[in-house]
Design a protein around this ligand. Structure first.
Ligand code: 2NL
Length: 360
C-alpha cells in the first residue's frame, strides 16, 4: 500500500468514527489545515519533476477531494443527529397546565383597589384626577384654605414640620389633600371637576389613627354649582361604591374652615351580629364631610365669589375600605404582611370598572 493510500484509509476511518462536530473539526485541521498532513503532501508537488508531478498530482488532489467530501458528509450527519437529540430533549408538552406568573401571585392592596374604584366612579361622572406633593407649604395647606395663623382649627391638624429653609419657611407634611384642589383652582379656569386621592399625615397614633393615612377629596367649581348637585353627586357615589340600589343619606350641620355651610354625612345601615350592611336598616354611619366652598377660599385662589361658587367634600379612604371589605383593624394596612395581603388583596388584572363590576 502506498503512503497516500494508507493516509486516506486512516483519515477516512477517523472521520467515520468522529463522535461530534468538535472532533471532526480537529480532524479537518490535522489533515487540511495549514500544517495538516494533506497540506504537507500538496506542498511536495512544487519540488517534483514534471513527470513525477503528473503522476502524484492527481493522487494527492484526489485524496484531498475525497477527505474534504467525507468531512462535509460526516459534519452534516453529526449536525442532524445533534439537532434530533436537542429536539427530543427540549420537547414542549403543550398539554401541561400553564404555570402561574407574577400577575397571578401578586395582590393589589385594598387601599389601591378602593382608590381605583373611586376613580372609576367619579371618572364616569366626568371628574378628572389631580395629584400634588406630600410635602406642602403652610400657605397651601392652611392659609389659602381659610385657616388663619393662630386659628384653633390648625391644632386639630397637628402634623410633621420640616426645619425652616433660608427664607424661614417651614414646609410640612400635608394634613389633607385640599392643597391639591387649591393648586387646581390657581392653575385652571372653572368649570372645575376634580377628585384628589392621596396620602395625608397627622401627628396621631392610636387604635384608630395612623400618622399616615389616605384621603380623597372632590371639588366642583362653576357659576351655578349648588348644594343640590353636591347631594346628588354624593348619593350616586355611595350607591356605586357600596354596590347598592338605593341608600338614605343624612346631612348634619358641622364646621370646616374652608366650607360654609359645612355638613357631615351619614349613610343608612344595619348592624346585625357585628356585620354592617349599607342601604338597609335604621342605623347611621358617618362617612364624609362636605360643604359649599367658603368665599374666602375662592378669593384666595383667584376666583370671584360673585361669579363662581362650588362644593367640596372629603373622606378617609382607609376607613371606607375597612367598611366595604369588612376589615376589623386599621393597623395591618401599613404592616406589609403578605399573609394579610393574600387574604384581603385583589387580583391585579381584575380592574374595577362600572360595567365589569367594581369589586368582583
Ligand atoms: C372630612 C372633611 C372636607 C373639604 C374637605 C375642601 C377643599 C377645598 C375647598 C373647600 Cl380646596 N373644601 N375640602 C370640604 C369639606 C370637608 O373633608 O371629614 N374629611 C375627612
Amino acid at each position: 500500500m502506498t503512503d497516500i493510500a494508507t493516509l486516506e484509509r486512516d483519515l477516512l476511518g477517523a472521520i467515520d468514527s468522529a463522535a461530534d462536530e468538535a472532533a471532526i473539526e480537529e480532524l479537518r485541521i490535522a489533515a487540511l489545515g495549514k500544517s495538516g498532513s494533506i497540506s504537507a503532501l500538496l506542498k511536495t508537488l512544487g519540488a517534483m519533476t514534471p513527470e513525477e508531478r503528473k503522476e502524484k498530482g492527481p493522487l494527492i488532489n484526489g485524496l484531498r477531494d475525497r477527505v474534504q467530501g467525507a468531512i462535509a458528509a460526516r459534519k452534516e450527519a453529526l449536525g442532524e443527529a445533534a439537532l434530533d437529540a436537542r429536539l427530543s430533549s427540549e420537547r414542549v408538552d403543550v398539554s401541561l397546565p400553564v404555570q402561574d406568573g407574577p400577575e397571578a401571585r401578586g395582590r393589589i392592596h385594598p387601599i389601591s383597589q378602593v382608590i381605583d374604584e373611586i376613580t372609576a366612579i367619579f371618572g364616569d361622572m366626568g371628574f378628572a384626577i389631580a395629584e400634588g406633593p406630600d410635602v406642602e407649604t403652610d400657605d397651601l395647606n392652611f392659609t389659602k384654605l381659610n385657616f388663619p395663623v393662630g386659628h384653633p382649627a390648625r391644632e386639630m391638624h397637628d402634623t410633621f414640620f420640616f426645619a425652616p429653609d433660608a427664607n424661614g419657611e417651614r414646609k410640612l407634611l400635608r394634613t389633607h389633600t385640599s392643597p391639591v384642589q387649591v393648586r387646581t383652582m390657581l392653575a385652571q379656569e372653572p368649570p372645575i371637576r376634580v377628585i384628589c386621592p392621596g396620602r395625608t399625615y397627622r401627628n396621631d397614633s392610636d387604635q384608630t389613627h395612623t400618622p399616615m393615612f389616605h384621603q380623597v377629596e372632590g371639588l366642583v367649581i362653576d357659576k351655578k354649582a349648588n348644594l343640590g348637585h353636591l347631594k346628588w353627586v354624593l348619593e350616586e357615589f355611595c350607591k356605586a361604591f357600596f354596590e347598592i340600589d338605593d341608600v338614605k343619606m343624612r346631612f348634619r350641620p358641622s364646621f370646616f374652615p374652608f366650607t360654609e355651610p359645612s355638613m357631615e354625612v351619614d349613610i343608612q345601615c344595619s348592624r346585625k351580629g357585628g356585620e354592617i350592611r349599607f342601604g338597609e336598616g335604621d342605623d347611621w354611619l358617618e362617612i364624609l364631610g362636605c360643604g359649599m366652598v367658603h368665599p374666602n377660599v375662592l378669593k384666595n385662589c383667584g376666583l370671584d365669589p360673585d361669579v363662581y361658587q362650588g362644593f367640596a367634600w372629603g373622606m378617609g379612604i382607609d376607613r371606607i375600605a375597612m367598611l366595604k371589605y369588612g376589615m376589623p383593624d386599621l393597623r395591618p394596612f401599613f404592616e406589609a404582611d403578605v399573609r394579610w395581603l393574600a387574604h384581603y388583596g385583589f387580583r391585579p388584572l381584575d380592574l374595577p370598572t362600572l360595567t365589569g363590576g367594581l369589586s368582583s
